[in-house]
Design a protein around this ligand. Structure first.
Ligand code: KIV
Length: 273
């Protein structure tokens, strides 16, 4: 049995295409995947972009955080996902400490692109990361930034908490969002921030925003596939929804998610902060 896509009926989704989608008000559907089989389901369901998240540390490897995920892990899973995809834009996470300086980030990203087949790399934070984003962008590697609840900062945050709740934290997040755009990011994931704040950031930025626990007004949405299929053990995060419940198959569940994102039915207020 093969997980290879049979045909590519649609042109591949590219970073410039995501800008066009924002300009046209078309919602961007992103989902995580970690292997060729689930990637092929994303392909068949018409997902726009697939993220090989370092969340694989939690949902695939059963770890408590994303911190132990290695670059080798990410290259392995990105290459597997690539074999199941033809159309969606493939984004891969740079794991903890693999972008701690410009040289390390360039080497790490080159592996995700050349060995893994990623078309964009994702990294967390602003501050010193701005220099890294600029260096990658100048070397023609598109970058997805990630602000708000950045799981690689779990020890600094003291847990997984909604970010940007106070006036000063919200102002800082808005400033960071402008800074990552200015540095050259092509896309911005906003995780667990108040919906009103994500709406403001989305309206102010030229680059598309992708929300997870950030309300319906982001330019697109992302979920961890194990969460939206109800596989993740324990309590499902507030911002997620089990799309397999009520669907006949994994494919139908992903199609239902894509439809709900495109029609703005998901996330509902109960999935937002
Ligand atoms: O690692 C991941 O899957 C992510 C998404 C939750 C945005 O960063």
């Amino acid at each position: 049995m093969s997980a290879q896509p049979q045909s590519a009926a649609k042109p591949p989704v590219t970073a410039p295409r995501l800008f066009e989608m924002k300009a046209a008000g078309e919602k961007i559907v992103m989902l995580t995947a970690y292997d060729a089989g689930f990637a092929a389901q994303c392909e068949a369901a018409g997902v726009d972009t697939v993220l090989v998240g370092d969340s694989l540390g939690n949902v695939v490897q059963g770890r408590e955080s994303t911190l132990p995920v290695t670059l080798d892990d990410m290259v392995y899973h990105t290459a597997a996902v690539k074999r199941g995809l033809a159309t969606p834009l493939l984004i891969a996470d740079l794991p903890f400490m693999t972008y701690r300086d410009v040289d390390t980030a360039l080497r790490s990203s080159a592996r995700l692109v050349a060995e893994g087949g990623a078309a964009m790399v994702k990294l967390e934070g602003a501050d010193y990361v701005l220099e890294v984003i600029d260096a990658l962008d100048r070397r023609q590697i598109p970058v997805c930034a990630h602000l708000g609840l950045t799981p690689q900062s779990v020890h600094k945050f003291g847990g997984y908490r909604v970010q940007g709740k106070t006036k000063s934290a919200a102002e800082r997040l808005i400033a960071d969002a402008h800074a990552v755009e200015q540095a050259g990011a092509s896309l911005l994931v906003l995780e667990c921030v108040p919906a009103a704040l994500a709406k403001t950031i989305t309206a102010e930025l030229r680059i598309p925003t992708i929300g997870i626990g950030a309300g319906v007004d982001c330019d697109g949405q992302v979920l961890v596939i194990y969460d939206m299929l109800g596989i993740t053990p324990g309590k499902r995060p507030k911002f997620s929804k089990d799309f397999l419940a009520g669907s006949g198959s994994v494919l139908d569940a992903i199609k239902a998610y894509a439809k709900a994102v495109r029609s703005r039915a998901f996330p509902a207020p109960e999935h937002s902060f």
